[in-house]
Write a protein that binds this ligand. Structure first.
Ligand code: ZN
Length: 204
């Protein structure tokens, strides 16, 4: 399986990092080795002094597809989840300055938190207005709705599938809203989607 991530999909997050608003979705991938193993803490890697959490809504692909039209995109997923796109922000800034790929800053081991349980989209309201939040210890640090996305889930699936064949089990990370920040040892990060607890991980 592969993980396809969308960068710069929420205006408030683009502004907080002073990035340019993209004309098309920004895509990158994480390998399966980046998935944080179940029940394991997240260990801050030695090569970074500024690892950020980014909470994101996830979509799990349930059939193979290429060049999927937006109007049919909803047939390619049943389950919605929540995860974290951990980012070594200091390393990413260096790579961005040089115009180099971001992989080392975003695709390292443990950099993808994927929820254990997924929610059936039948049990949710509109996919384009799902509320989610991330708590760091007791504090809510990120809170948003998928209605704030620049590109909605079905648009993303159509766009992604013009470049990459989507396969069963592939996961799309749909971008992060504002409020990203640094993690420190002993932090606990807990994610909620429509008030359901989706993951809780410890930082070491
Ligand atoms: Zn992200």
């Amino acid at each position: 399986m592969k993980i396809i991530c969308v960068g710069r999909n929420y205006t408030d997050h683009i502004e907080e990092l002073q990035n340019e608003k993209p004309e098309e979705p920004v895509l990158f991938q994480k390998p399966d080795t980046s998935i944080l193993l179940k029940k394991q803490p997240f260990f801050i890697p030695d090569f970074s002094n500024d690892v950020h959490y980014e909470v994101e809504v996830l979509v799990r692909i349930n059939r193979i597809g290429k060049h999927i039209q937006e109007k049919f995109a909803h047939k390619y997923y049943d389950e919605i989840g929540l995860g974290i796109d951990f980012t070594a922000r200091d390393l990413q800034e260096k790579l961005k300055e040089k115009g180099l790929p971001w992989e080392k800053a975003k695709a390292f081991d443990g950099a993808a938190v994927v929820c254990n349980k997924w929610l059936d989209k039948k049990d949710l309201g509109s996919i384009d207005d799902l509320h989610f939040r991330l708590q760091k210890n007791e504090e809510v640090v990120q809170q948003a709705s998928t209605s704030h996305m620049l590109w909605k889930i079905d648009e993303l699936i159509a766009y992604i599938s013009t470049f990459f064949t989507l396969k069963i089990g592939d996961i799309i990370f749909t971008g992060t809203p504002a409020g990203v920040g640094k993690v420190a040892p002993e932090d606990r990060l807990t994610g909620y989607l429509e008030d359901k607890k989706m993951f809780s991980i410890k930082v070491k």
